[in-house]
Design a binder for this molecule. Structure first.
Ligand code: ADP
Ligand code: MG
Ligand code: MG
Length: 884
């Protein structure tokens, strides 16, 4: 290794900054950034992620590292006027982990490095506080021995618990000097018993050991699992930050805490977090003592930091607003108070709910922190669908089982399970489960992933369960302290009510309430801020956003979410339901033109009605109707009962139907007799459909004075001749209708581009088409030669092994499908200036694909109703990126 191994930070000399998170990890890079900003940060240095990777592969430090560390420690000694290991004014250090992407609680940090049996008394006299010095030393032994020497945590907890019981001590902070001395001795004996060695007394040995352990913690099991679930590459490595200590455990004017600069659940502007007096960092999250709230609003006991230490509160408020202004993002901070002075130990972009995210983005602009464009970019487009999820219906009987903190909003209904493994097993059986635990830990991640909601009886708004659930967008209620879990009996009890594993509950993450049984849910109400955001996006984006929909409820949903028209109305879906399936089957089963005509005359009534009701909703918004493209096999009767019933209904024998089924069966229906091929074999089907379109438009014109201009789409075209002969049939039919009803319809005829052949023939097809609509689902199947229904078996392996960066059915495969679309757009437009172009596959609702599509000369994209806000936001974000 030749490059620079470590980067220093202090208020006088800092080498790094926030943009260097690849090399320094997020924590190290942001400590450097805050130092540059002049925020009070204890000075230190960060050893790079490259060194971590070196240590992983060589199992040893790079040659010059120890030397560089000594020099950097020397610099810290000068900066702080303290000395490491010896002297009257002791420098103590922490060693902290942190990769490019934050992995909360996954890796280890060690505090108070540099203390030993001798110098602990120096520390005591320099602060005139023996209790504090001994407390710091016992913390060092505990953390160091656990992380570096692998002595299990509970061995030390047992010593503490034992002493508390013996001496009747309530809280860790209440131990006196003698008791701490006793604990230190017991700790040291524990270390010797389980490692065969004495606790290391050499400060540099401690420092090197801690650094090595932090690097190795990158590959511990928890961290590896977490990276797998969250798609974080193993190759990133962690940084190791060595930092001079400040002491929250010094006295009752000192403490430690964590805070969000805004409420991460609802986005309100308030310092949101918890603090502990006379405590060191890890105490807040460890849940040993109950922390108090930072702001008065969230407190019910007059113990808030705002009330008890108003000056400290003011300092943090000021730092928070400086950080928000600088990062233009809500921050999640860690701080330590030493004698009422605030030091920042960490800052990072705060995880928050989709609700909070939208509100904060809007508020930041109102407060002049961000431009409109910056606010639009603050919201995660794929995440925003969380806002569209159901809530519990107000007016129903609800029996409250318990209530607690509203950690992550949404309504979840499921059966109770008490451990992560059971959650996973039950979820695999297709059951909705709610994971119920005292607290969650990183070992529970897979179970949380499998659950629809999470309930804990302990912990606060920044507990593991709360943070992770918000990240996953799952409803979560935490700290329901009145509920008692009996893990052996697998029950949870509140007073005289007891529930067992497998019983149903409903949890409301927005209110923090837990109900008995299964409650009914309803669609959400969209906030003012949400509407504001959508309005900004609409005036920023260039792409129109349409929807794929064919029923009245779907169309209504889509319009409510902001759809500007229908890009794909799949007519075959209109025949799936209820009694319509019978004439549909009758048509398929007919082997004569007359037989089909009879069935079609029944179907056309439904079709006209459906078109009328949808066209009425759309009024002058554009609508593309795709003519029948049935995967035939989906419509055929399967069981003997179905066959007999159909025979009775349409007046043929079951044996006739069986014969037809054999005739109709295809070994590869996806590439079989469908789309325009079917239309050309049986023109009467498409003729019926254009007649229905025509009649619906005619009726609405006559009765409602509405002028509808439908776009008629022919599916699965391979080349221009195919399109042209079908188009002639349709035009002919419509002309006859126009003559008969004396009403001239304004309509266009275009095609779906969903075969590579069509894309390659774009030149000639464009001469006869008014529009192209890329059906990127089938285009992906036919371009990659992958069947979507069968590929799931191996696609995950492909993605895991990096053969695909992402599932090509989720995000458009730019180098193949993307290229075909790009080429087809260019060629199509070059032949036909007026060619209208859209995209109507799943990809049209996925952020990354939309970024790609926005680089092409496309008019609109069309996606399912619940993806509309994602599409609107992504299209705006893509346009902002393009402009810059
Ligand atoms: P994690 O990533 O698990 O939060 P950290 O490296 O942030 O681990 O450290 C654990 C705790 O110790 C945090 O609360 C942090 O604020 C505190 N801490 C770390 N270094 C110091 C230090 N030099 N002085 C005081 N507190 C510290
Ligand atoms: Mg931290
Ligand atoms: Mg298709």
């Amino acid at each position: 290794m030749e490059s620079k191994l470590l980067y220093e930070f202090s208020n006088t000399k800092t080498d790094g900054n926030a943009s260097m998170s690849d090399l320094l990890g997020g924590k190290g890079a942001n400590l450097a950034e805050m130092s540059n900003l002049g925020i009070e940060v204890p000075p230190g240095f960060t050893i790079t992620t490259e060194v971590c990777n070196y240590v992983s592969s060589h199992n040893d430090f790079p040659k010059s590292l120890k030397n560089d560390i000594s020099k950097a420690v020397n610099n810290l000694e000068e900066l702080t006027n303290k000395t490491f290991g010896t002297g009257d004014n002791l420098l103590l250090l922490s060693v902290r982990s942190g990769g490019k992407i934050s992995m909360p609680g996954m890796m280890d940090s060690i505090l108070n490095i540099g203390l030993n049996d001798d110098n602990v008394y120096k520390l005591a006299s320099s602060f005139s506080d023996e209790r504090f010095a001994l407390d710091s030393y016992r913390r060092l032994i505990q953390m160091y021995s656990n992380v570096v020497l692998d002595v299990e945590h509970h061995r030390f907890e047992a010593v503490i618990a034992n002493k508390k019981r013996m001496d009747n001590v309530e809280s860790d902070a209440d131990f006196n000097v003698d008791q701490l001395q006793w604990i230190i001795n017991a700790y040291k004996n524990t270390v010797e018993r389980f490692t065969g060695n004495q606790f290391p007394q050499d400060p540099f040995e401690q420092l090197h050991g801690a650094i090595e352990a932090v690097f190795k913690s990158w590959n511990n099991k928890r961290a590896v699992t977490y990276r797998k679930i969250n798609n974080i590459p193993d190759s990133l490595g962690t940084g190791a930050t060595v930092q001079s200590m400040v002491f929250g455990n010094l006295n009752n004017q000192s403490g430690t805490g964590v805070a969000f600069t805004r409420n991460p659940s609802n986005g309100n502007k308030e310092l949101f977090g918890e603090y502990l007096i006379n405590a060191q960092g890890e105490d807040v999250v460890a849940g040993i003592r109950t922390p108090h709230s930072i702001s008065k609003i969230n407190s019910n006991n007059n113990e808030s930091l705002e009330e008890r230490f108003p000056k400290v509160f003011e300092q943090i408020t000021e730092i928070a607003s400086k950080l928000e202004g600088h990062y233009k993002e809500v921050q999640d901070i860690e701080f330590t108070i030493e004698n009422e002075k605030v030091y920042l130990l960490q800052t990072r972009k705060a995880k928050r709910t989709a609700q909070a995210e939208v509100k904060i983005a809007i508020d930041f602009h109102k407060e002049n922190i961000t431009t409109k464009e910056e606010s639009i970019n603050m919201v995660d487009a794929n995440n925003i669908t969380n806002l569209l999820h159901p809530q519990f219906i107000e007016s129903q009987n609800k029996e409250l089982f318990g209530n607690a903190l509203n950690a992550s909003p949404g309504a979840a209904v499921g059966v109770i399970v008490f451990d992560a493994d059971t959650a996973e097993i039950e979820a695999e059986k297709g059951r909705n489960v709610v994971l119920v635990r005292d607290e969650t830990s990183p070992e529970d991640i897979h179970g949380m992933n499998s659950s629809v909601g999470i309930l804990t009886t302990k912990g606060g708004m920044t507990s593991h369960a709360a943070v992770v659930a918000r990240g996953m967008g799952k409803p979560c209620v935490v700290g329901a302290e009145k509920l008692i879990i009996d893990i052996n009996e697998k029950t949870i009890t509140n007073g005289d009510k007891t529930l067992s594993e497998g019983d149903s509950i409903s949890i409301d993450g927005a209110l923090g309430e837990v109900y008995l049984g299964e409650l009914d849910t309803e669609p959400p109400k969209l906030s003012e801020e949400f509407n504001q955001l959508m309005q900004w996006c609409n005036s920023t984006k260039k792409l129109s956003i349409r929807t794929n929909a064919e029923t009245v409820p779907e169309v209504n949903k889509a319009l409510e979410f902001g759809a500007e028209g229908i890009g794909l109305c799949r007519t075959e879906h209109m025949f799936f339901e209820g009694e319509r399936i019978t004439p549909m089957r009758e048509m398929i089963m007919s082997d004569t033109k007359q037989g089909r005509a009879k069935a079609l005359s029944k179907l056309i009534k439904y079709q006209i009605d459906d078109f009328e009701s949808i066209f009425t909703l759309l009024k002058d918004k554009p609508i593309t109707v795709r003519l029948l493209d049935p995967p035939m096999h989906e419509f055929l009767p399967k069981s003997d009962i179905e066959i007999t019933e159909l025979g009775n209904n349409i007046g043929v024998s079951p044996s006739y139907i069986r014969e037809m089924l054999i005739k109709l069966s295809e070994s590869n229906p996806m590439l079989g007799h469908r789309g325009v091929r079917l239309g050309l074999s049986y023109p009467e089907i498409y003729e019926m459909q254009v007649k229905a379109i025509y009649k619906a438009c005619f009726n609405l014109h006559k009765n409602e004075n509405l002028t509808i201009s439908p776009e008629i789409m022919i599916p699965l075209v391979m080349n221009a001749d195919e399109l042209l002969s079908m188009k002639n049939i349709l035009i002919n039919k419509i002309s006859k209708l126009e003559e008969k009803y004396s009403y001239k319809l304004t309509y266009t005829i275009g095609t779906m581009i969903e075969l590579p052949s069509a894309a390659l023939n774009s030149h000639s097809i464009a001469e006869h088409a008014d529009f192209f609509s890329f059906g990127t689902n089938d285009l992906t199947q036919t371009t990659l030669g992958l069947s979507r229904d069968d590929a799931s078996k191996f696609l995950t392996d492909y993605v895991e092994n990096d053969l695909f960066k992402q599932d090509p059915f989720v995000s458009i495969d730019v180098s193949s499908v993307g290229r075909l679309v790009e080429m087809s757009v260019l060629e199509g437009k070059s032949k036909n200036n007026n060619l209208k172009i859209g995209v109507c596959g799943e990809h049209a609702g996925e952020a990354k694909s939309i970024h790609f599509l926005n680089t092409l000369d496309i008019d609109y994209i069309s996606c399912s109703p619940f993806r509309i806000p994602t599409a609107i936001l992504s299209a705006a974000q893509a346009e902002i990126l393009k402009q810059n």
